[in-house]
Design a protein around this ligand. Structure first.
Ligand code: BGC
Length: 464
């Protein structure tokens, strides 16, 4: 045990996503993604920007990884852009795209940093969307082929695989209400998308395991849910929202069944489930990735709302620039809740957690709020560990200010300030604080590979 009550061997890192940092969207044979298309309608993005440049990480990753080395974390979570590997989502691998990620992974390994790779962080090749995207079951076959390419190319370099990032957000925000790519408003019938994403996860897990023993997990966004008031109706709505946001994804993965009450929501029908699907989805996981940002309070929805529940604000709680409440206790709570609901919960890694704060002129120039946020959330993890939850690592979101999806460049989540007009990188005070936390924790226990007891048989990337 050390500072914040984190156990020995606990690993630290940062987390990023390809579409948010790489840029170079027309370079090296990359095909267009649904996010390029979505951002081409300027009103979809708060500052009318696009992922075309993002942080130009495609051209600057060596410089970025030097900073990552200075930070000192053992691991780094990145995602691979499917349209760089297969420009249309089908067919042979694009050699330039494949070579790019070899260089990227090698650059990490040379610096002693474990690459943790997310296979799908929302950037579907546009051609796949034109063929029905995640509503079309055939997209799962294509995803499996894409995974096979990654497995065969990068299997010896990747320390841990994460199949899909936050299916709840991709389903809900992207496909149910249309506030993110691909911008569909399917409401309840977006359940098909959720089911197909989970199936894609299960099949990809099996494909990876055909030849690798590298740990495989999925990344879910989780949020503890509380009712807005004391009435029975509000308690019921909170339970229903909990089933939607948390249970819809955790339960099929860990128990092999969706929460039955999901079908109470208009448009959700389990008839999309075929024989054998639940078995595939519940393929055992080596680890469980959790992204935590804030808890959720829900009350009754106003009339003519498509769902019976609606979020409520917390009174008297500080918020980030995203208007997200800062409530670290919610992280302890959701970890304990998941452990209680799913006794078979595998080892957990916090794969994302962070906050948007501007420290520019007139802002928090000393970056004190981000430092506090970081410290409080690490303590919250320590509390969960003390409560019996097996949490083994923490990836801060994110390394540097990036292209924050529909928010464009307006939300600053970075430990490093990245100025979009110059692309200059300047580590913030939180970067230095995190580096100190990591250094204090790492000594003397160093070089602990992820979930070592889960993957006994295969040689893994050795971290010098
Ligand atoms: C996503 C990230 C995103 C972050 C902050 C998560 O939902 O996985 O891509 O940038 O939240 O909004």
């Amino acid at each position: 045990m050390s500072e914040f009550g984190l156990p020995e061997g606990f690993i630290f890192g940062t987390s990023t996503a390809a579409a948010q940092i790489e840029g170079a969207v027309n370079v090296g044979g990359r095909g267009p993604s649904i996010w390029d298309e979505y951002a081409s309608t300027h009103k979809n993005i708060l500052d009318a920007s696009s992922p075309a440049i993002a942080c130009d990480h495609y051209n600057r990753f060596e410089e970025d990884f030097d900073l990552l080395r200075d930070l000192g974390g053992q691991a780094y979570r990145l995602s691979i852009a499917w349209p760089r590997i297969q420009p249309t989502g089908h067919g042979p691998a694009n050699p330039e795209g494949v070579a790019f990620y070899h260089r990227l992974l090698d650059a990490l390994i040379e610096r002693g940093i474990q690459p943790w790779v997310t296979i799908y962080h929302w950037d579907l090749p546009l051609a796949m969307q034109d063929a029905g995207g995640w509503q079309n079951r055939d997209t799962i076959d294509a995803f499996v082929e894409y995974t096979r390419i990654l497995r065969d190319e990068y299997g010896s370099k990747v320390a841990a695989w994460m199949t899909v990032n936050e299916p709840v957000v991709h389903t809900g925000v992207g496909h149910a209400v249309g506030h993110a790519a691909p911008g569909l408003m399917l409401l309840g019938s977006a359940f098909t998308v959720a089911h197909h994403l989970l199936l894609a996860h299960g099949r990809a897990t099996r494909v990876l395991r055909e030849t690798l023993s590298t740990p495989v997990g999925i990344v879910n966004n989780h949020s503890p849910v509380e009712p807005a008031g004391d009435s029975e109706k509000e308690a019921r709505l909170a339970a229903l929202y909990n089933s939607y946001h948390n249970g819809q994804f955790a339960a099929p993965l860990l128990t092999g069944a969706y929460p039955a009450e999901l079908e109470e929501l208009e448009g959700i029908h389990f008839d999309v489930i075929q024989d054998g699907d639940m078995d595939i989805i519940s393929t055992p996981l080596d680890f469980y990735g959790i992204n935590y940002y804030f808890p959720t309070k829900v009350g009754a929805a106003p009339p003519f709302y498509p769902v019976p529940f609606a979020p409520r604000e917390y009174d008297g709680v500080p918020v980030t620039d995203f208007n997200w409440p800062v409530m670290p206790g919610g992280l302890t709570e959701i970890l304990k809740q998941l452990k209680a609901a799913y006794p078979n919960l595998p080892p957990v890694y916090i794969t994302e957690n962070g906050c948007a704060y501007d420290d520019g002129p007139g802002g928090d120039t000393q970056d004190t709020r981000r430092i506090k946020f970081l410290e409080q959330h690490l303590s919250a993890i320590g509390d969960a560990v003390a409560g019996g939850v097996d949490v083994r690592g923490y990836f801060h979101w994110t390394l540097m200010d990036n292209w924050e999806w529909q928010e464009g460049y307006t939300k600053k989540f970075g430990l490093i300030r990245m100025e979009p007009s110059t692309l200059d990188r300047v580590p913030r005070a939180s970067f230095h604080r995190f580096a100190d936390i990591i250094a204090a924790h790492r000594a003397p226990a160093t070089n602990v590979p992820p979930v070592i007891d889960q993957a006994p048989s295969r040689a893994r990337v050795e971290i010098p």
